[in-house]
Every structure is written in C-alpha cells, then in structure tokens.
Ligand binder design. Structure first.
Ligand code: HEC
Length: 445
C-alpha cells in the first residue's frame, strides 16, 4: 500500500500549533510544579510542627493547602487534559508514539495522581480532625505520590527529546525508552524548580498573614526565602548537567539563540537572588502584591521562554528522534516494527501517500498548482513556521524574504539532502518542490 498513517492536518494561522501547545503547557507547568513542590514543603512543615510541637504552623499549612487546592488542582487538572487535546490535534503521531511506548507508565501515573488529589483534600479538611501523627504520615505519603507523578512523567517527556540510548530502537522496550541519558538530570532540574516555586508561592501566603501574626509571618517568609534559594541553586546546577546530556541537534538549535538565552537567564538569576535575599534578611519587606508579581515574572520570563526553548531544541523531531514535527517518520525503529517514510515520500510525493488529501489535489496540474502548493507548505512547514505575513512563530516571511521561486526550490533541495540539522529532511518529487515554491513566492514576503 502506498498510503502512510497520517492524520488530518491541524493548521493554526499566525501563531502556529506549537504556540498553542506552549501556552497550555506553561500554565500547566506553573500549576503542576507548584503542587509537587508544595507537597514536599508540606511534609517538611508538618515534620517541623510535629517535632517541635509548633501548632501555630498548622493554620499556615491549611491556608497554603486551600490555595493549592484551588490554584494547582483545579487549573492543573483542567490544563492537563488540555495538553492532551492540544497535542493530539497539533501532533497526533507524537502523542501516538508516546502512548505506544508508555501506556502503562501513564496508567501508573494516573493512580499516583488520584492519590494526590484525594490526599490534598484530606490534608486540608481533616487537618484539625485527625491526630498530628497521622497527619504527618499523610503529608509524607502525599509528597511521595506527588514526586511519583513527576518521576513517571519525566521519563516520558525526556523521551520526546531523545530516547538517549541506541538500544531502544532495536528493542523498542519501555524501559530503554524511559531511562535515557537525560531523564535524571531533567528530573532533578524540575525538582529544583518545584522547590523554588513552592517557596515563591509560600511567600504569597506567609506575607498575607502579616496582619494576624506579624512575627510568624516574618519567620515563614524567611523560611520560604531559604527554600526558594535552595531550589534556585538546584535549578542552576542541574540545568548545566541537563544541557550536557542533550543530543547534537538540540545544541545546533541552542547555539542559534545561546547568547540571548544566557543573558536573560543571568538577569533572572540576579533578580531572584536579590528577591530571595530580601526575604531572608528583611522578610517584612515582602508584601503579598510583590510576591504575586514574582510568580507572574516566573511565568512570563522563566517558564514560557524555557518551554519554548525545550520545544525548539527537540527540532526537527517531536518525539523519540524518529518522528519529525511535520508528522513524518524519519527512521526505522525495528523494535516497534516502524519503518522510515522518507523513501516512499521521495518517490511518490506527499500528495499521493497521505489519505486526507482532497482527490482534486492528488495530481498537480497548472490549475491546481497554487492550491496544492499551499497544502504542501502547510503540511511540510507550518508546524514550525507561521506562513502568514503577520505570523509570529518563527515566521517564514523573515526567513525567506526576497527569495524568488528558483531560490526557494534551491533551498528545498538543500532540505531534501538533509542540509539543516534542525529541519526535517524533505525529499519530494520535483513537481511538489515546484508547487511549494510557487505558493511561497506568491506570498511575496
Ligand atoms: C521541525 C521544524 C521545522 C520544519 C518542519 C521546518 N523548519 Fe525551517 N527552520 C526550523 C528551525 C528550528 C530553524 C532555525 C531557527 C530559526 O530560523 O528561527 C529554521 C530556519 C529556516 C530558514 C532560515 C534559513 C536557515 O537555513 O536556517 C528557512 C528559509 C526555513 N526554515 C524554511 C523552511 C521551509 C520552507 C520549510 C518547509 C518546507 C521549513 N523551514 C520547515 C525548523 C523547521
């Protein structure tokens, strides 16, 4: 059969489907990372409260827990499935690859997650109703379940960057897919970030109790300052390790933006170090609006660019270094019975092998050339570039400004030879190159 297992194309004008993923992901990360970080912090506070007989810490935990319940678990639970929907539309074969490799890991993660959700309700609502020792044990099991969800998900997300071991391609086994070289650095990097976030959010709550109990408020803000500082150090340390475990294509993309990424990270590090130092030395200067603002800064200046970078560094792949972002399988994975689709596409062309091409566009003629070119460009490039003149996502208008049709064909031929490590190899029959070039040239960038 000359048909490959493609899905209908999800085309998102101007912003691109990757931005949709990024936005959902960024909000989800803030919520989910807070929840894991706070679970660890809870265990620490409950331990302190129990050991040192500090019953004044319980009301703080209760307020924090309530915030967590509403903020993390509601927003986290909505955006979690949101990622599934967005990813399934934007990258159906990426999601399919993850499910085919990790279905049981995911099932296990959901068990942990259900425990976590029930756990947070129990911790908050039963705090005054059960004895302190039982409460302490509950906080420990809650923290374990939370870290468990992270540990399981991290193996899956790391596989998206690359399996990390060549063995995976031959065996196709879930453990070879899960334990890649960057799984653990990635996990510790995120744990550091979670600890930092738990402290940053803890300051919102500790500063809010200033009116009720100024002394306790300052003590807790100071503690949260230390917690955040510790998390921040872990982030920096494990970020270095993580970068060292990335594949070559990731470094090729990173090098393009390296200078500005490093510069912005240094600024962030300085700003947050000052903030944490103030929390430690002069805790009364930390007010609730300031603490809230800093969460916003993390969201906009930390998570959003960070996730965009991670997403970019996977290029040209979306998962496992065998599925390109434009949904084409680029190599054999014997362990999974998967075959590269590049040869058949080079021979027959995309229009012939994709089951969702309208019949009138299967064969290029003078009349339909522009329309076929538009469809081909969307299929081949729109996953990574906005096509519109006003597009914002790595827009082609900047990349191909001033290129005439011949220039574009020549560029496509370079891609056909795999001439760019960060872009998919795209070998197509001459008529399809011609149609793409005619369409892009007609946009007059
Ligand atoms: C897997 C994602 C991906 C796909 C698909 C993709 N590109 Fe790119 N493209 C990139 C990245 C990453 C860069 C480099 C960073 C940048 O320019 O922002 C890039 C850069 C470019 C450049 C700048 C010049 C250069 O050599 O770096 C051009 C031109 C370009 N792409 C055209 C295209 C065209 C045309 C298509 C469709 C046939 C396409 N790209 C498909 C990811 C992709």
């Amino acid at each position: 059969m000359d048909i490959i297992g493609q899905f209908p194309l999800f085309y998102f004008p101007e912003y691109g489907s990757a931005w949709m993923m990024g936005m959902t992901g960024t909000i989800h990360i803030l919520a989910s990372h807070t929840s894991v970080g706070a679970a660890m912090l809870f265990a620490f506070l409950a331990y302190k409260a129990y050991k040192e007989d500090r019953s004044d810490l319980y009301p703080y935990m209760k307020r924090y827990g309530m915030f967590l319940l509403i903020f993390s678990y509601v927003i986290g639970s909505i955006t979690g499935p949101g990622i599934w929907y967005t990813a399934t539309a934007a990258s159906p074969r990426g999601i399919s690859a993850l499910i085919h490799n990790f279905v049981w890991v995911w099932a296990t993660e959901w068990v942990f997650f259900v425990y976590e959700v029930i756990g947070v309700f129990v911790l908050v609502y039963f705090m005054d109703k059960i004895d302190k020792k039982t409460h302490l044990k509950l906080t420990f099991s809650f923290a374990l379940a939370s870290v468990g969800t992270l540990a399981l998900i991290i193996g899956i997300i790391s596989f998206m960057m690359w399996p990390g071991t060549q063995a995976y391609y031959a065996t196709g086994s879930a453990s070879d897919a899960f334990f890649g070289t960057n799984t653990f650095p990635h996990m510790f990097l995120r744990i550091g970030f979670m600890i930092m976030l738990s402290g940053v959010i803890g300051m919102v709550i500790s500063s809010a109790i200033k009116k009720d109990n100024a002394e306790l408020s300052q003590e807790l803000t100071r503690k949260m300052g230390y917690v955040s500082m510790l998390g921040g150090f872990l982030v920096l340390f494990f970020f270095m390790w993580y970068m060292g475990t990335l594949p070559d294509n990731a470094h090729a993309v990173f090098n393009v933006t390296k200078a500005s990424v490093i510069q912005s990270r240094i600024i962030l590090t300085v700003v947050f170090s000052i903030y944490f130092l103030v929390a430690i030395v002069k805790p009364r200067f930390i007010s609730t609006p300031l603490a809230g603002l800093m969460i916003f800064v993390i969201l906009i200046a930390g998570i959003w660019p960070g996730e965009k970078l991670r997403e970019s560094m996977r290029k040209p792949y979306v998962a496992g270094q065998y599925i390109y972002s434009n949904q084409i399988i680029s190599r054999d994975v014997p362990g999974k019975g998967i075959k590269s689709e590049l040869p058949i596409i080079a021979e027959k062309g995309l229009l012939q092998v994709n089951p969702f091409i309208p019949e009138n566009l299967r064969v290029i003629t003078d009349e339909n050339k522009l329309e076929a070119g538009k469809l081909l460009t969307r299929m081949s490039c729109s996953n990574c570039h906005s096509l519109e003149k006003t597009g914002v996502f790595r827009p082609l208008k900047d990349r191909l400004a001033g290129f005439d049709k011949e220039g574009i064909v020549a560029f496509l031929q370079v891609l056909g030879e795999g001439g760019r490590p960060y872009m998919p190899t795209l070998k197509l029959p001459e008529q399809e190159y011609d149609a793409i070039a005619e369409y892009i040239a007609s946009l007059k960038y």
